[in-house]
Design a protein around this ligand. Structure first.
Ligand code: ADP
Ligand code: MG
Length: 727
């Protein structure tokens, strides 16, 4: 094994790895006993709260009714007592700023008692509302820095929990973060608002179908999280991974993912140990993680939970990411959540499984067994199709950020073109509806809604198209274009709201035609569905989304293909988005404009860091290595010459050309990066996208070529081969 000293040390540390903590013992403490022990769940509430208070709180949680402020003190005291029994010294309002990360502000329970001592206190007021000094969170101009005012408000629908640390625990309270004028400064607030909008519109449709008792309809979400695990010794030896979360350089290893021997293969022992502990921690937090497996790329894995109410699922997903990172470090590994840590190897996504439902009618995207259930299913399914067709640009915008540009719009799955995979069977059914019209007499190949039963729809993973960005998978849709590091909130806000709008449209049409006459419903439904299919048929694509031919076909169909973040983000404050989101009171014009601005800024910041790093690494690590090798070769040539042996200097010359090229490319990147004079953040982002990103790629191309030439013992960075295959 050769390699520079830093690399050799890293490799030796990896191979000599010894676990730091004693092994877990699930025979002693079965997972069933662990599940939810750190959650202030309804079970805990029932045990600890007076009956009336418990009932009132439950009503707020289940029906979305306003919280009765008079019970807050009682709840807060019960929460505090429970937390202190679990070793808590502090409580924290947890909130979700627009960075996509999770933020916490911790406060001690202790208050001076006025006679030199202190007592543990937690008032209802402190539970309901907090005031973090949040001046440095992005607000896009809504809350100017000098005001620095915003407050966190308890989200009763997402349970409080205990965060453990070896030196004590903290009571964590999920909150929404808003300005004093009531504007959303976070990811949670619009999510809650969008769920409300979906509930209202879905109810209208269900009422038309004759349902009387309808509990609150929630969107449901389950996210499959892909990630990489590499040894931390390599991570620390790579300034790019450390600072940008992805490698800016690195030649493709001789063995990549072509052999497909990693996918669903046996999980390496240390990785499995890490997964077991991660899952145990998540169980304690009441997060129902279910599956784990190796992904396609070497060193890539996936974790997926059972779906939950979308708001809770989003909070839980944030905890999944934090916990994965934290526990991996205990096992000497770094968990990489970036969308594209390694070029030339599959990137990571977060497949968002989405549906809507409630406790009285169940999953509304479940086809059901009877003609009437089928009819209702077709309405909800068609509403989703209509929504996605009409607002595909918005769906593209909410998954746009610098990291995801390496997946979407690059030659990787899924493409930036949003289309829907329905599967053959369901496509055929909708095709019949599209052709069939309102005729009740049955013609061959037509389906009469409300009379016929649907054939069973396949639900097995094998039947599915893995290349589609938005696929129907039997009883839910799977939005696959979401990036691995992203919060679920943005995509969920978009989905909930666009579907609410489509359900609003359907309900209005049906109400007008039926005027309360249930007998008219099947005919009316058939007509509405036919209209939706005729108008939105173009969104269906069951073929291979990677194929070049699809890109051409999509263009012919007029489906947008926004390849970059910079092209996608303007949709966030576009007229149609503003009118849609403000109509359903999800986000106002000002809130949308501020968000767009913040996301543009984040894009610029990400590329800025990468550009600085690329210059630094190329200049201070790569060039010196190349020059040293050049020197070695030159000396060899001189020695050979003086010994009277003819020296082949072609390698030396090649190296000379490449080092010259590298210096020129570094200079070009520096120049592109130093550019000033952008009038606003849009212009600046455009410059980064059009000038800086290609200049970085040009530097990379030369560096990666040098990696194949320079003597291995001089190469300063851990290679792809080492990072991906030494475990
Ligand atoms: P599959 O056969 O599609 O893998 P699974 O039932 O294993 O089906 O689901 C994959 C993911 O989809 C899981 O995270 C699961 O919780 C989620 N999921 C299943 N049903 C729903 C639903 N109704 N709403 C949201 N997510 C769901
Ligand atoms: Mg997957």
């Amino acid at each position: 094994m050769s390699g520079s000293r830093a690399r050799l040390q890293a490799v030796s540390a990896v191979t000599n790895y010894k676990p730091m903590s004693p092994p877990l013992n699930f025979a002693e403490t079965p997972t069933g006993e662990l599940f939810g022990i750190n959650v202030f769940s309804s079970k805990v509430m029932k045990e600890r709260l007076p009956k009336a208070v418990y009932k009132s709180l439950l009503k707020t949680i289940d029906s979305g009714e306003k919280l009765d402020a008079s019970i807050a003190d009682v709840v807060a005291t019960a929460m505090k007592d429970w937390a202190i029994e679990k070793g808590a010294t502090h409580y924290a309002h947890v909130f979700f700023p627009l960075t996509g990360l999770t933020a916490e502000k911790h406060d001690s329970f202790l208050s001076p008692d006025g006679s030199g001592g202190a007592i543990a206190e937690f008032s209802g007021a402190a539970l309901i509302q907090g005031e973090p000094d949040a001046s440095s969170f992005p607000s896009g101009g809504i809350r100017t820095t000098f005001e620095a005012r915003g407050y966190t408000a308890w989200d009763t629908t997402s349970p409080a929990y205990i965060l453990e640390n070896p030196n004590g625990t903290t009571l964590c309270i999920p909150t929404a973060f808003v300005s004093w004028t009531g504007e959303a400064l976070d990811k949670k607030t619009p999510l809650l608002r969008s769920m409300k909008a979906l509930n209202e519109q879905a109810r209208r449709v269900l009422k038309l179908f004759g349902h009387v008792e309808i509990s609150m309809i929630c969107s449901t979400a389950g996210a499959e999280q892909e990630y990489f695990l590499i040894d931390r010794n390599f991570f620390f030896a790579r300034p790019d991974l450390l600072n940008a979360g992805r490698t800016l350089f690195g030649a493709k290893p001789p063995k990549g993912q072509e052999l497909e021997d990693h996918y669903f293969g046996a999980i390496p022992e240390r990785v499995l140990a890490c997964m077991l502990e991660t899952e145990r921690e998540l169980f304690k937090l009441g997060i129902p993680v279910k599956t784990r497996h190796n992904e396609v790329a070497p060193a890539q894995y996936e974790i997926a939970p059972i779906f939950e109410n979308a708001n809770v699922a989003t909070d839980h997903q944030q905890l999944v990411m934090l916990t994965m990172k934290r526990v991996a470090q205990k096992y000497g590994m770094e968990c990489l959540l970036h969308e594209k840590p390694f070029a030339g190897i599959n990137g990571s996504g977060k497949h968002l499984n989405w549906s809507m439902g409630n406790s009285t009618q169940g999953n509304l995207l479940e086809p059901g067994d009877t003609p009437s259930e089928n009819m209702q299913f077709l309405v909800f399914c068609a509403a989703v199709m209509r929504a996605v067709r009409r607002h595909s640009k918005l769906l593209r915008a909410v998954i746009a950020h610098a990291g995801n540009d390496h997946r979407l719009g690059a030659n990787e799955a899924p493409p930036a073109i949003i289309s829907i995979f329905l599967g053959e069977e369901l496509t055929d059914i909708f095709e019949q509806i599209k052709k069939g019209g309102v005729k009740t007499a049955k013609r061959p190949g037509t389906l009469t809604v409300g009379v016929d039963t649907l054939p069973p729809l396949p639900r097995h993973a094998g039947d599915r198209n893995r290349t589609s960005p938005f696929a129907f998978t039997g009883n839910k849709f799977e939005f696959r274009a979401v990036g691995s590091s992203q919060s679920l909130a943005g995509p969920l806000v978009a989905l909930n709201t666009i579907v609410a709008e489509s359900l609003d449209y359907v309900a209005t049409e049906l109400e007008q035609v039926t005027k309360g006459d249930k007998k008219k419903l099947p005919g009316a439904v058939q007509k509405v569905l036919q209209g939706i299919m005729k108008e939105n048929w173009d969104i269906i694509f069951n073929g291979d989304n990677y194929a070049e031919s699809w890109h051409k076909e999509a263009e012919k169909r007029g489906l947008p293909n926004l390849r970059t973040t910079v092209e996608s983000l303007p949709t966030i404050s576009a007229k149609e988005t503003v009118s849609l989101l403000s109509k359903y009171k999800v986000l106002s014009k000002r809130e949308l404009e501020s968000r767009e601005e913040i996301y543009f800024e984040q894009y610029c910041k990400a590329i800025n860091v990468e550009a600085i790093l690329a210059v630094e690494i190329a200049q201070t690590l790569i060039l010196p290595a190349a020059f040293r090798y050049q020197n070695e070769l030159a000396q060899t040539a001189a020695n050979l010459k003086s010994a009277g042996v003819a020296a082949d200097t072609s390698l030396l010359e090649r190296l000379g050309t490449l080092t010259k090229q590298l210096q020129a490319n570094i200079e070009a990147l520096e120049k592109a990066h130093a550019h000033k004079g952008a009038k606003n953040v849009h212009e600046e982002a455009h410059h980064y996208c059009k000038e800086v990103v290609p200049a970085m790629a040009a530097v990379r191309a030369v560096v990666d070529e040098l990696e194949g030439i320079v003597a291995d013992d001089l190469w300063p960075l851990p290679t792809y081969q080492e990072m991906l295959f030494i475990k």
